[in-house]
Design a protein around this ligand. Sequence first.
Ligand code: ATP
Ligand code: MG
Length: 254
Amino acid sequence: MGVRLEIYGGTDRIGNREAVERINLDAGDILAVVGPTGSGKSELLADIEQLADGDTPSRRIVRLLVNGSAPDACLRASSVVATLSQRTNFIMDITVGGFVDMHAASLHKESGAWADEVVLLANTLCGEPMRENSLLQRLSGGQTRALMIADIALMSDAPVVLIDEVENAGIDKHQALSVLCGYGKITVMATHDPILMLSSPARLVMSEGGMRSLVAVSPEEEKCRATLSALDAKLLYARELLRKGGTIQEEYFA
Ligand SMILES: Nc1ncnc2c1ncn2[C@@H]1O[C@H](COP(=O)(O)OP(=O)(O)OP(=O)(O)O)[C@@H](O)[C@H]1O
Ligand SMILES: [Mg+2]
């Protein structure tokens, strides 16, 4: 399936035209969306999620083309875009297994077949395991995020994946990303993490609600990424040790 996402600039929060007028993303592309808190990253993802048509506060237009033409109405946003949202509160009084079953049914997939696999994958991402009969509302923030990631990774056939701050819940961000960015998908990822920013060939810089510039990763930055990754590996190692009750030695970090 040849999928293309076209984003046409609208206005920033103040009402000025956005500097970036158009972005095209094709199957397999990944775009990092960066900017300070409140700069409009989630708003942009929301515009993509609902395939905005000049009808949102930003007045952006987002088009998704499948094999060169617009997907028909029943294949629109809900099944072409999968979103790992920044908000992770469930209001449903239901078990994890019940939730996965319901989601499977809404995607016209066989119910009863998915809960085992989704819970198994989710538990590889979070520290303390959940069970199929765990209540959704009793999951921790990290467990909820892990469940959402596993749910998208295993059940969604959507060609576009939106990720809002995967690094936020104490789960392994690299593992989560590799689980989410299936081959051939278009991935748009809002992030505050410098390594994730540099893991995409280009990053979209946001400020005051507007798309300000599109910056390509330079060869110099590729080298910086390697250095930052080595530092990050040490930080993650320390985090794992400390949160499991262990102690760390200075020489490891010298
Ligand atoms: N182009 C725009 N036009 C009008 N309002 C906007 C625009 N972009 C963002 N906003 C509004 O600005 C507020 C902050 O934006 P948003 O939540 O997207 O920031 P963010 O970059 O995701 O911040 P954080 O890093 O804290 O998650 C929201 O209320 C959002 O609706
Ligand atoms: Mg946000």
